[in-house]
Design a protein around this ligand. Structure first.
Ligand code: ADP
Ligand code: PRP
Ligand code: MG
Length: 221
């Protein structure tokens, strides 16, 4: 056994839906996790594999941990990865679409707001979102002038209180939009979560990483 085979591997992921949907994939790789990030306050969780540990981080911080090598690999939504890549291009290898945490990024407006008409008239739109880069690129491609307002959550509130004309946010069942009298008017991109790998780790820790990546690849439907 080489030195590399003994080394600890570190995986970054967020609690909530990504953690829950990743557990079956880890199990397919023969690895179980006995502590839950919902009940534990620990940010580093051990696994049944003494050479694999999990870092529990905010969803939008996963690419940062992996790019800088604080984690060897991780799992993040395409929405987060796309937004991150606009600011920190390169450095992340995205080998596998895990097909988990599926949703879409969409433009939504208040019921009764005529989005098509506003676009046709060439109106300048105020758009609230946490995906400022994705939103800017989307509207630039359409030739729509926008003022982007950065928010960190509860985007659905912005059109209701006059902060914005439209939002760009994650939509899954559409329940949150409906509950707030908003309607989706345009798709921006389909989203699912991807495995991301630190490029240096891929080279120097290939023999440790490959079996886990292979198991994830097989388990991802
Ligand atoms: P946070 O809201 O703190 O960023 P989440 O766990 O809600 O963290 O979201 C993590 C990722 O899961 C998102 O980046 C997105 O890819 C996906 N996601 C978010 N909301 C939903 C949803 N309602 N249904 C399915 N996937 C979602
Ligand atoms: C996410 C997202 C939307 C909602 C969309 O919120 O921010 O608000 O899901 O899903 P839906 O179309 O099925 O309603 P989440 O549940 O992650 O809550 P959060 O505000 O804590 O992120
Ligand atoms: Mg969320």
């Amino acid at each position: 056994m080489s030195n590399e085979d003994n080394e600890m591997l570190t995986m970054a992921l967020s609690k909530g839906r990504i953690f829950e949907e990743t557990m079956p994939l880890l199990e397919a790789a023969g690895i179980s996790v006995s502590e839950s990030p919902e009940s534990s306050r620990k940010l580093i969780l051990p696994t049944s594999d003494p050479r694999l540990r999990l870092l529990i981080v905010r969803a939008s911080d996963v690419p940062t941990y992996v790019q800088y090598g604080a984690a060897d690999f991780g799992i993040a939504g395409r929405d987060v990865l796309y937004e991150y890549a606009k600011e920190q291009p390169g450095g992340l290898y995205q080998p596998i679409d895990l097909n988990i945490a599926k949703c879409r990024l969409a433009v939504a407006v208040r019921e009764g707001f005529d989005y098509e008409e506003a676009v046709k008239k060439g109106a300048r739109l105020r758009v609230a979102t946490k995906y400022v880069n994705v939103a800017r690129e989307h509207f630039a491609k359409k030739g729509v002038y926008v003022d982007i307002i950065k928010l960190y959550g509860s985007m659905e509130l912005a059109p209701l209180v006059g902060l914005a004309d439209a939002i760009v946010d994650v939509v899954s069942t559409g329940g949150t939009l409906r509950a707030n009298n908003l309607v989706p008017v345009e798709d921006v991109m389909p989203v699912s979560s991807r495995l991301i790998v630190n490029q240096a780790a891929l080279k120097t820790r290939a023999s440790r990483l490959t079996p886990i990546l292979d198991a994830f690849q097989k388990a991802a439907v």
